[in-house]
Design a protein around this ligand. Structure first.
Ligand SMILES: [Zn+2]
Length: 187
């Protein structure tokens, strides 16, 4: 009686105790709360598309779901706003009687998909989202986005941290330099 009425609770009364019966349903629902707490997540109210297949089996109702959502947040390297498609699928049995074998249960002629969808979406979110796979990040001096300022990339390559390496290379080349000096003297 105190069961919450959320749109993620799907009525399956027509399928109960009718093994072999099957129904497909499409749901477009707003996320009831933010999914994910990292750099990107599905925002509250953002639309989630769910293609559902509900099958009546002996033990309960087998739910197969394809879920499409959009995660929003920022690129982990250059910090611009990004939106990434999130696509997950799962299959879960909602049993008439839950217990050791089955975690989920048909309750009041309904199956509650919200925890399953939330967990599947959160697991699918990237830990280190990027705006593009080769995002060069930010210029350490100016903080500018290197993808917008390719001229800065060269400067980063001439960064003092690389100078020591360059010096090492120069000393390796000394022999060649000496040879070219000799050439110049001859001229
Ligand atoms: Zn980026």
């Amino acid at each position: 009686m105190a069961v919450q009425q959320t749109p993620f609770r799907v009525n399956v009364r027509d399928l109960l105790n009718k093994p072999g019966e099957m129904r497909e349903e499409r749901l477009d629902l707003p996320a009831p709360e933010p999914f994910g707490e990292g750099l990107v997540g599905v925002r509250e109210g953002s639309e989630i598309e769910i293609d559902l297949r509900l099958e009546s089996v002996h033990e309960g109702v087998l739910v197969t779901a394809d879920v499409d959502a959009t995660a929003e947040g920022e690129c982990g390297r250059c910090l611009i706003d990004i939106a990434l498609p999130v696509r997950v699928e799962f299959q879960e049995l909602f049993a008439y009687h839950s217990g050791e074998a089955f975690e989920y249960e048909v309750q009041d002629d309904h199956v509650d998909l919200e925890p399953l969808i939330r967990d599947a979406v959160v697991l699918a979110l990237p830990f280190q989202p990027v705006c593009r796979p080769d995002c060069p990040g930010l210029d350490p001096e100016t903080g500018l986005r290197l993808a917008d300022h390719p001229e800065l990339v060269t400067r980063v390559e001439n960064d003092p941290r690389w100078a020591a390496l360059a010096g090492f290379r120069a000393s390796e080349d000394e022999g060649a330099d000496a040879a070219s000096d000799a050439d110049q003297k001859r001229d």
